[in-house]
Design a protein around this ligand. Sequence first.
Ligand code: THU
Length: 139
Amino acid sequence: MDEQELVRRALEARHHAYVPYSHWAVGAALLTKDGTVYEGCNIENAAYTPTNCAERTAFFKAVSEGERAFAAIAIVGAYEKEEPEQICAPCGVCRQVMMEFCDPKTFRVILGTKDGVKVSQTLEELLPYGFGPDTLNKN
Ligand code: THU
């Protein structure tokens, strides 16, 4: 599973986005260390705050199926009637969820468009000085 293919899976996942309020559709594809891919989309809600981002949908699907070892996530986003032409970076809450389950030095966050991979960085690059499980375990 290379990074281009993972972006292709995120583009597929984006088609399931439920976005009647923002109309901003996001897709994510989360790769486990053993090669399984969990797709996620954002799911909005009339009460707004229960909305779940695409990245967290993918993580919560995977963790609820017993997965704990993750290698990378690809993310794409754009208004629902358009194809993603610019990158869509993960929100702070989603970065924090990544921090809970991933090694910030090795987990890769891949930001794509309809044309493929545009940015590929480690979680540590996207969330420097992150607060995670290791912080608590050291004390
Ligand atoms: N959204 C995501 O799915 N992922 C992000 O990291 C950023 C924001 C969603 C939430 C909401 O449904 C829409 O994009 C507009 O904020």
